[in-house]
Ligand binder design. Structure first.
Ligand code: FAD
Ligand code: NAG
Ligand code: NAG
Ligand code: NAG
Ligand code: NAG
Ligand code: NAG
Ligand code: NAG
Ligand code: NAG
Ligand code: NAG
Ligand code: NAG
Ligand code: NAG
Length: 612
């Protein structure tokens, strides 16, 4: 049993009642200045929580860990429910409708797994959650956390790959209930004189990809959207947001016209090109959970393209690696493919059984591509024509690498394609991802080095049975984007990139000594190193990146540090009290998480980032 000060809510309440008399005392961490913890000095009294609950219309939740029904010592114990939960934990859509829980349980510190033999406590989860349905609910939570010096966290779906949407001992603003989507044919940003002549939509920040895509599709439109149906707009576009349509139109963050946002000081403001311009700049790419809680977003939509989907698999039978080499060659040809309007997703592997629908392929060494052409942009060459020279070259150079699949399928709309191709990922494993953005030089300069780098990355656990991704999700639309207001905080590395390449590393649950986790982190770090060397001036995509990426501030927000310095100045201006804190997030230098998940002040070790 893991002991927690708030394992039983009755204990919390009785201690909390006592603590109302000592609210102004510092937390008891050897004299350090720390955020209040449940049951500790400074934690608000039960009365105050009751008052907060009434301010938010009864929407305050004292969350029970989602897997509690699997544990005999929990009030909700129920074997049937537990059986269902075990399956649900593996489907990432499960996490979006529940107030707490991360699709990577390690971000909840594995404190309550759907596993009867493991202990279950609420220690890894927020103490309270506001099920927000309006900006005023959000404001009430932000003000309460600031006033009482409680750790505050923003969670929409719990899909974050880096653990930024959960914090123990915290109050969590759950944005899932911030819904509502309205289409428009032109948009006048509040306080601006001009009307922007573009189609678009205004959506609650908790809207997720499926809802947004459906709303746009109903009007024959499409928007920049990602592969995860329940990924929310808030988390997606604060990191940048890449999608199938990005090489043509830019990142999701590039399309934003206006935000409604609750700032850490508790102001409900509009941020656009005419007011709060700094905040407008930072929210578009500067990372989630940092500059405020976005409640509404106005963003562009596009006429839905028709789509020619191309499935291409080239492979050889291990130990023959010629398929892998041909695969790396295909990745090196992304600049050629981008010039011909191709975008989409590729997976490269040394010895892997690909889940290609309807096929019974044996384990292969090779590459599987799921890419598209939109509106037959360059009608002169169709899919077959575009791929013909690549296939000829593969046959000439790697005769044992077989083109095992080459299929095209026509879809009348973006939505029709998305329905057939969106992600259906398995959740519930403890894992980290790594990312590198690769430009034309990194891809095309030296095929030997590129092949070796992908080999290191795909050989994720040293067994040779892993896979890496090479997404072709950037191109001229991203390079030439003209975000409103003269720019945004999207990593400048995206403005030259063609590929966002990723891999994952996982570790065991209940790894109390952290051995398995540390080993996974060091494998992740080492497996990315050759790609870092190939693209030394580039960086990583913050939403799908390694939480311990070296020099992460510059890897996520641009070399040279100009953008990071600007983000930091904005963070200090909008959040002078560090109400919002996460890792790895802008401006988190003044606090650290110590054992037990308590957030404590540290001497600012990173003053060098304040320069410029
Ligand atoms: C299956 C799957 C597919 C994916 N596909 C893509 C893809 O195609 N393209 C792509 O770019 N990314 C993709 N991602 C990555 C995705 O962008 C990130 O996981 C993102 O962080 C999820 O955002 P969320 O709001 O759903 O998650 P959460 O975990 O709830 O939040 C993520 C972060 O955003 C913050 N946040 C959320 N809402 C708000 C808000 N309203 N205001 C302020 N901060 C907020 C949180 O505090 C946290 O820091 C995918 C992820 C998954 C799981
Ligand atoms: C908040 O109030 C609602 C409605 O009165 C109640 O159902 C809920 O349990 C309360 N939340 C907490 C944390 O007490
Ligand atoms: C357990 O949950 C199931 C399914 O929700 C329900 O039918 C059953 O009555 C519950 N059992 C107990 C003992 O509460
Ligand atoms: C959150 O609020 C919504 C909207 O009022 C409601 O439908 C939902 O049941 C609430 N969820 C929880 C877990 O309280
Ligand atoms: C708005 O844009 C559309 C499409 O580009 C164009 O046809 C229309 O004339 C424009 N309207 C105005 C008022 O500029
Ligand atoms: C490929 O992986 C399988 C396990 O998935 C293993 O049995 C086989 O020996 C491996 N082949 C080579 C050549 O490594
Ligand atoms: C796809 O769209 C393009 C451009 O609008 C059009 O020329 C083409 O005929 C369409 N193709 C199909 C198959 O609908
Ligand atoms: C087709 O390709 C040419 C040359 O690569 C480019 O100039 C043109 O803009 C492309 N057409 C479209 C509709 O994108
Ligand atoms: C194919 O190979 C030929 C000869 O090596 C080369 O000239 C050509 O550029 C290659 N084409 C592509 C698309 O790589
Ligand atoms: C290409 O990379 C390989 C492996 O890193 C290296 O040995 C070789 O010298 C490089 N070739 C060129 C032309 O730089
Ligand atoms: C996670 O749980 C372990 C084991 O109970 C505990 O030692 C550690 O302090 C916890 N970490 C955090 C950040 O809560």
């Amino acid at each position: 049993m893991i002991h927690s000060v708030r394992l039983l809510s009755s204990v919390v309440l009785s201690v909390a009642i006592l603590s109302q008399f000592v609210e102004s005392n510092p937390a008891p961490h050897t004299g350090r200045q720390c955020r209040a913890v449940p049951g500790g000095p400074g934690w608000p009294s039960a009365d105050r929580w009751v008052a907060l609950n009434s301010t938010v219309g009864g929407r305050l939740i004292a969350p029970v860990p989602p897997a509690a029904p699997c544990h005999a010592d929990q009030a909700s114990y129920n074997e049937t429910t537990c059986t269902n939960l075990k399956a649900a934990f593996k489907t990432y859509d499960f996490y979006v409708d529940i107030p707490v829980g991360s699709q990577v349980p390690a971000w909840d510190n594995d404190t309550c797994l759907p596993l009867e033999t493991a202990p279950c406590s609420a220690a890894g989860y927020p103490a309270y959650v506001i099920n927000a349905t309006s900006a005023t609910d959000v404001k009430a939570g932000v003000d309460f956390a600031r006033k009482h010096k409680i750790r505050l966290v923003v969670r929409a779906s719990g899909h974050d790959f880096l653990g930024r949407s959960n914090a123990p001992n915290s109050l969590s603003i759950w944005t899932h209930g911030l819904k509502g989507i309205k289409l428009f044919d032109s948009f006048k940003p509040r306080g601006c004189k001009t009307t922007i002549n573009t189609t678009g939509l205004v959506a609650g920040a908790g809207s997720y990809m499926r809802q947004l895509n459906e709303a746009a599709a109903a009007a024959g439109r499409a928007m920049i959207s990602g592969g995860g149906p329940t990924v929310t707009l808030g988390g997606y576009l604060t990191g940048g947001g890449h999608g199938l349509l990005s090489p043509r139109y830019g990142m999701a963050a590039d399309q934003v016209l206006e935000f409604e946002v609750v700032t850490p000081t508790g102001d409900i403001v509009t941020a656009n090109e005419c007011q709060n311009q700094d905040l407008f700049w930072a929210l578009r790419g500067g990372g989630g959970g940092t500059f405020g809680v976005i409640t509404k977003v106005a963003t562009k939509t596009f006429p839905s393209p028709n789509i020619t989907a191309i499935a291409f698999v080239v492979g050889s039978f291990p130990p023959d690696r010629s398929g892998f080499e041909a695969g790396a060659y295909l990745i090196s040809q992304f600049p050629y493919l981008e010039r011909h309007g191709v975008s989409g997703y590729s997976y490269i592997f040394l010895n892997y059984t690909i889940p290609y629908p309807g096929s019974n392929l044996p384990p292969l060494s090779g590459l599987a591509m799921s890419v598209v052409l939109q509106d037959r942009i360059n009608g002169s060459l169709d899919a077959t024509g575009i791929f013909a020279p690549l296939r000829q070259n593969i046959t000439a150079r790697w005769p044992t690498a077989l083109p095992l699949v080459f299929d095209t399928t026509e879809y009348p709309s973006f939505m029709a394609w998305w329905e057939a191709h969106h992600d259906t990922v398995v959740s519930g494993d403890n894992s980290v991802v790594t990312s590198r953005l690769l430009d034309e030089t990194a891809l095309s300069k030296n095929l030997t080095a590129l092949t070796a780098a992908y080999e290191t990355l795909a050989d994720v656990d040293g067994t040779g049975t892993g896979a890496a991704t090479a997404y072709l999700v950037s191109g001229r639309g991203v390079w030439n984007a003209r975000p409103r207001g003269g720019g945004n905080a999207v990593n400048p590395a995206w403005r030259k990139a063609l590929s966002h390449t990723t891999a994952g590393q996982s570790w065991t649950h209940l790894d109390y000594e952290g051995k398995s986790k540390r080993a996974a982190y060091s494998r992740a770090d080492a497996s990315l190193e050759p790609l870092r060397k190939l693209a030394p001036d580039s960086g990583a995509y913050v939403n799908e990146a390694f939480p311990e990426e070296p020099d992460w501030r510059h890897a996520f927000w641009g070399r040279g540090g100009k953008n990071y310095a600007r983000l930091l100045r904005i963070k200090r201006a909008v959040d002078p009290d560090d109400v919002l804190w996460c890792h790895p997030c802008v401006g988190n230098e003044r606090w650290e998480e110590i054992d037990g998940g308590v957030l404590c002040r540290v001497e600012d070790k990173d003053k060098r980032f304040y320069l410029q």
